[in-house]
Design a protein. Structure first.
Length: 256
């Protein structure tokens, strides 16, 4: 029987691991978390689930795949964490002295529901998907997250059509938990609203998160799974090399 290393999906006191992948020689049986996965995972997928070379007749082999992630903001750190699930050599390069030192440190900390983005756009897709993922992600990484919802207010009955248009756009984008409120209903949820509020769009899936802790936890989780994080490493050049790229940071070239 072969047993893989675990994948850690959290950090700190919530550092937990997915149960190990087990391969039973001779029978071809494969299990994850004690469940047989032959019906929905092939060997090619399985090769990406483990983080070390396998020896099962010669069917599964070694992977020498290097992934370079440029930028240690929330997006780069999230990509590095996701890639760390697989049997890859990962290097994240950040030009500043720490992760979350650029745009990510200065955002609004809002987890947007996705009602404002243009239908069919990448932003709309990422807003809706990210909002759905954030509660579980925050629990896994043990970072502060509050799904307190968000409201768009109109201060005149004349603004109601614009509010309704946002509502319809949100439904088109697949946003869950949208509702149109009267002024009285909005003030019942938030008593500090002015009496001038004539209506509101409530997106209960919206929330707020600490961008510093989220980005740092993503990077720490990636490192716990074997990724390398290099700070003070600006990317100086990119050069196409066959099916990959040569990335030239401050300390020397990487082939990815």
């Amino acid at each position: 029987m072969y047993e893989s290393k675990p994948y850690y999906y959290g950090t700190g006191r919530r550092k937990s691991s997915v149960a190990r992948v087990r391969l039973y020689s001779g029978t071809g049986k494969i299990t994850i978390n004690g469940r047989d996965i032959d019906d929905y995972f092939g060997l090619e997928t399985l090769k990406l689930l483990v983080r070390q070379p396998l020896n099962l007749t010669d069917t599964l082999g070694r992977f020498d795949i290097v992934c370079t992630v440029a930028g240690g903001g929330v997006t780069g750190c999230a990509i590095a964490r996701e890639l760390s699930r697989y049997a890859l050599d990962i290097c994240l390069l950040e030009r500043e002295e720490d992760v979350c030192s650029g745009t990510s440190k200065a955002n609004s900390a809002i987890v947007h529901a996705g009602f404002d983005a243009a239908p069919g756009s990448m932003k709309a897709q990422m807003n809706v998907a990210g909002s759905r993922l954030m509660p579980d992600l925050a629990r896994e990484l043990d970072v502060p997250f509050r799904q307190n919802g968000s409201m768009v207010l109109c201060l005149s009955p004349d603004d109601r059509p614009a509010l309704e248009a946002l509502y319809r756009r949100g439904l088109t984008n697949g946003v869950e938990g949208l509702s149109l409120l009267t002024g009285e209903e909005a003030r019942a949820l938030e008593p500090h609203l002015t009496q001038a509020v004539a209506g509101a769009l409530l997106a209960s899936s919206g929330g707020i998160v600490c961008p510093f802790e989220l980005t740092a936890a993503l990077a720490e989780n990636a490192r716990a799974n074997g990724a390398e994080v290099r700070c003070l490493e600006p990317v100086e050049a990119l050069e196409r090399q066959g099916e990959g790229w040569t990335v030239t940071p401050g300390r020397g070239a990487l082939t990815s």
